[in-house]
Design a protein around this ligand. Structure first.
Ligand SMILES: [Ca+2]
Length: 93
């Protein structure tokens, strides 16, 4: 558990099952948000690799893996938020 998520929400000194479940959900949401921001940041930074003073062979390698890179980063984001939509439709949160 992340130290910034408080388990005892109502402050009664006891951690109920509902509080533990809510803390687990908050932790999962926080992790998904971090993953998504990292993927978005990587997708934004990646094109700037072409501006670095590197030789043509490496530049060609960067260009050849860019399609796969963008598809996989978008897949990370889509999987994170797509799974939330599926869980909400099935009644689980
Ligand atoms: Ca409590």
């Amino acid at each position: 558990m992340s130290p910034d998520i408080e388990l005892d929400i109502d402050g009664d000194g006891k951690i109920t099952q509902e509080e533990a479940q809510l803390a687990s959900k908050l932790e999962k949401d926080s992790t998904m948000l971090s993953q998504s921001w990292l993927a978005i940041t990587a997708m934004c930074v990646y094109p700037f690799l072409a501006l670095l003073p590197i030789d043509a062979d490496r530049l060609q390698t960067i260009g050849s893996i860019s399609d796969l890179f963008y598809i996989s980063m978008a897949g990370v984001i889509a999987a994170a938020y797509g799974s939330q939509v599926v869980l909400k439709r099935n009644g689980n949160k």
